[in-house]
Design a protein around this ligand. Structure first.
Ligand SMILES: *Cc1c(COP(=O)(O)O)cnc(C)c1O
Length: 368
């Protein structure tokens, strides 16, 4: 983890060389003779980060300008440019909202047929028949349902489909989709992976080099390339991922347990809670249960008062950062199918006792 993607020690050189800013490189003769040609094609800072990701994911990786750019690359290559004329894409009905609207607005008009299935399944033969790609998100955002990666991947492969896992909520350290047989592991690195709320980035990892080459070629042609600065910051942050995830998971579990003791809080979900509906499967495939806790307050007004009353708790979207944050998901007009008082909280790395004191005070203040 801490060593991933670092060059071999050399006298007088830094551990992780800084970002390389270049639109072009010295290039004589045939372009194939140089590893670096033009800034949209390749960059040494991407190479180092991709080597780190490949080591952790267990397969060649390609970094993108955002999680959505990574999602788009996989959908384009695995569904649109597959062998079928009217490809079928199986997608979670409760997954990340923007992936679903991207498919609705830009892939369905090109002839892609979508079959929606809840994250918990069933992934039965009728659902999987003729599918080009099965898209999985586990734990799902924001509902925190899970699906069994091993059995779902097996069933999809039997039906002749490829499998992509959006691994954003878990990160590669929390769960390794390729090890469970998935063909693609896709993630937004804007969340826990980089973890400092200071950049937007994404990546795709693949089991086969040929797929990584296609995905990389798509990046070059389509142009959703990451900035060297963002890529370098993400690589630097990767070294502390284990420390951050461990603390976030401990805090999230402590917060979930605390929320369950409060009468005004309903429907607390955290895959690390022993009685959570997701726990049994999550325990089989996850190393860390992640930072996200879901729960409900009685109304929109109550949830908004709670979010404004927090001092350590910041009101913000997204998740996985050092600072504990939360939001009422229903505030997004085209958003998730959740109750008006549903709150998605992302546990940060603060002291747990301080956090619980702050959340308790905010819940008290939300009462009036
Ligand atoms: C945030 C997120 C994305 C999109 O990533 P960006 O980096 O914001 O483009 C995709 N999937 C999930 C599950 C996410 O939470």
């Amino acid at each position: 983890m801490i060593e991933a993607g670092l060059p071999a020690p050399r006298q007088g050189e830094p551990f992780l060389p800084g970002p390389v800013f270049a639109s072009k490189y010295h290039l004589y003769g045939a372009p194939e003779t140089s590893p670096y040609t033009y800034g949209r094609n390749d960059n040494p800072t991407w190479t180092r980060f991709e080597e780190a990701l490949a080591e952790l994911e267990g397969g060649p990786s390609v970094v993108f300008a955002s999680g959505m750019a990574a999602v788009t690359a996989v959908l384009t290559e695995a569904v649109l440019h597959g062998r079928r004329r009217r490809p079928v894409l199986v997608m979670p009905s409760d997954g990340y909202n923007l992936a679903r609207t991207l498919v609705r607005d830009h892939f369905e008009p090109l002839g892609v047929r979508v079959r929606s299935v809840p994250t918990t399944g069933p992934y039965d033969p009728a659902t999987l028949r003729g599918a080009s790609l099965v898209w999985i998100e586990t734990p799902s955002n924001p509902g925190l349902d899970v699906c069994d990666l091993r059995t779902t991947t097996r069933a999809a492969h039997r039906a002749g489909a490829l499998v992509a896992v959006d691994n954003t909520t878990a990160t590669v350290l929390g769960q390794r989709p390729l090890a469970f047989g998935a063909d693609f592991s896709v993630a937004s690195d804007s969340k826990s992976l980089s973890g400092h709320s200071d950049l937007v980035l994404g990546h795709v990892a693949t089991r086969e080099r040929a797929w990584a080459d296609r995905i990389r070629n798509f990046r070059k042609q389509q142009g959703a390339i990451p900035g060297p600065m963002e890529t370098w910051l993400a690589h630097r942050s990767l070294a502390t991922l284990a420390l951050r995830l461990e603390r976030q998971a401990t805090n999230a579990l402590g917060i979930a347990r605390f929320l369950r003791t409060r009468r005004e809080v309903r429907g607390v979900r955290y895959p690390g809670l022993p009685h959570d509906p997701s726990h049994e499967i999550a325990a089989r495939q996850m190393r860390f249960y992640g930072p996200i806790v879901g729960f409900e307050l009685a109304s929109e007004a109550r949830a908004e008062r709670f979010l404004r009353a927090g001092r350590l708790l910041r009101s913000a979207t997204s998740f996985g950062g050092l600072h504990t944050s939360a939001e009422r998901r229903a505030r997004w007009k085209s958003g998730d199918d959740v109750a008006p008082g549903f709150v998605r909280l992302s546990a940060g790395c603060e002291d747990l006792d301080d956090l619980i004191a702050d959340l308790g005070a905010a819940l008290d203040a939300s009462r009036r």
